[in-house]
Design a protein around this ligand. Structure first.
Ligand code: TRP
Ligand code: SF4
Length: 359
């Protein structure tokens, strides 16, 4: 990470480290795309920064409000994958969004100052409505207040911690941009010294696009994923069916790794030596695709082995996992409360507790 931005910490007059916040909707067990696109980076960030990572269960409700039967299990599954991947509750604050009601409180205050047009113009709003919001095609009714407010709730998630950096994928950059605009508008209406809501930066994590088994972007909705928690035989089976260079039809045809999604995964998971071996074997028809995919499976299995081992340990004690989330949420609440006090002061709203009361 070599960005050279002024940290909010220094704007606030205290030294590093910067504060990092990010969240994930609980959509069930995570796949390799989630791992490489987010988790892998988070595990590294927690060593350098003050990190807050949360499970955005309210955000899941913006689209999945009609059937909430999986929410609890999905939260647990995400938490297990997080802990398995090496997120460490002693280094990072891991919590559940709905257990920190201050997010909702700040979201409500933001709803007062945010013009409707700002939300209607967020690209994901119309895109998602087109993709999954057509009721006549069996989709979900997304003409709801909550769905329109999705990115504003996200702004509250970020600003309630006065976060400096928000590690996200390209698809979330517009939401961070909205967050900056909301912060600016808040600071304009309710000026204070220092400003209550510093503008966060998106931290674009350098993560390669991960193809799924059908060659399209790995995504739960395409059914082309390899899960972080898939057992070894499942991983091998899924990768065996993966699409390859379409021009390589017979074993005797030479292939081109540069157009092959299997090779894209080799580039992420395999050693340079293996990649070289694949390139030579593929272009000379010296190896078959089955063999090539076997090597890929070896690398993926090796990468996931320690993660799955750790996941199993936590899986055996779910009460402990819930406790980790409870403790993290308590820490998050007290940090969020600090910001809410500054917010109330700046807005000249009365404080809940009289000044000087220990909390
Ligand atoms: N919208 C994000 C996603 O779909 C999840 C999210 C919710 C988030 N609140 C956040 C990410 C705050 C970063 C910061 O991936
Ligand atoms: Fe793709 Fe490997 Fe087959 Fe070459 S040998 S086409 S890289 S799967």
């Amino acid at each position: 990470m070599t960005e050279s931005i002024q940290s909010n910490a220094s704007q606030h007059g205290n030294p590093l480290p910067k504060r990092v916040l990010s969240g994930m909707r609980p959509t069930g067990k995570l796949h390799l795309g989630n791992y490489m696109g987010a988790l892998y980076n988070w595990v590294r960030l927690q060593r350098e920064y003050e990190c807050y990572f949360f499970i955005a269960d309210w955000h899941a409700l913006t689209t999945d409000y009609a059937d909430t039967s999986n929410v609890k299990q999905n939260i647990l599954d995400v938490a297990l994958d997080w802990l398995g991947a090496g997120l460490d509750p002693d280094r990072a604050t891991l919590f559940v969004q709905s257990w920190v009601p201050q997010h909702a409180e700040l979201h409500l205050l933001f709803s007062m100052i945010t013009p409707l047009g700002w939300l209607e113009r967020v690209p994901s709003y119309k895109e998602q409505q087109q993709q999954i919001g057509d009721v006549s095609a069996g989709g979900k009714d997304l003409s709801t207040y909550g769905f329109l407010g999705y990115p504003l709730l996200q702004s509250a998630d970020i600003l309630i911690y006065q976060a400096d950096l928000v590690p996200v994928g390209q698809d979330q950059v517009a939401h961070v941009e909205l967050t900056r605009e909301v912060a600016r508008r808040f600071n304009f209406f309710y000026p204070a010294k220092p400003l209550v809501l510093p503008e966060p930066q998106a931290l674009l994590t350098p993560s390669p696009k991960l193809p799924g088994t059908d060659g399209r972007k790995m995504s739960k909705s395409y059914g082309n994923t390899v899960l972080m928690s898939d057992p070894e035989p499942v991983i091998r089976q899924k990768l065996k069916t993966m699409v390859t260079d379409p021009a390589r039809i017979r074993r005797s045809d030479p292939g081109n790794p540069d157009v092959c999604p299997v090779f894209d995964l080799h580039k992420i998971f395999s050693s340079p030596e293996t990649q070289q071996k694949v390139r030579e074997g593929c272009t000379s028809a010296g190896i078959g695709c089955i063999e090539c995919k076997g090597w890929l499976a070896d690398a993926v299995v090796a990468e996931l082995a320690p993660i799955q081992e750790r996941r199993r340990e936590f899986e055996a004690k779910p009460d402990h996992v819930w406790e980790v989330l409870r403790e993290g949420s308590a820490r998050a609440r007290s940090r969020a409360d600090q910001t809410m006090q500054q917010v109330r002061d700046a807005m000249h709203l009365p404080q809940i507790e009289p000044a000087g009361v220990a909390r």
